[in-house]
Design a binder for this molecule. Structure first.
Ligand SMILES: [Zn+2]
Length: 71
């Protein structure tokens, strides 16, 4: 477990369906949001955009600054 703890595997976006090395073959990362911050751009803030950091609860890898709009 946590073989990739705090290793950043993607920035600004994420291609889903990537296999997780700490799970059985064929299983993918399972991310949970650990941090979010307002968009750095005025236009993004106006749209309600936030940048999310997510961590896989199995291997510990990170996806940083992934834009999300809260509806
Ligand atoms: Zn993983």
């Amino acid at each position: 477990m946590n073989s990739q703890l705090n290793k950043v595997i993607a920035t600004g976006g994420w291609k889903s369906g990537q296999p997780c090395p700490d799970r059985e073959p064929g299983k993918v990362h399972s991310f949970r949001d650990i941090q979010s911050k307002p968009s750095p751009t005025a236009q993004g803030r106006k749209a309600g955009e936030r940048l999310i950091t997510s961590q896989c609860k199995f291997c510990g890898c990170l996806i940083v600054d992934c834009p999300t709009i809260n509806l």
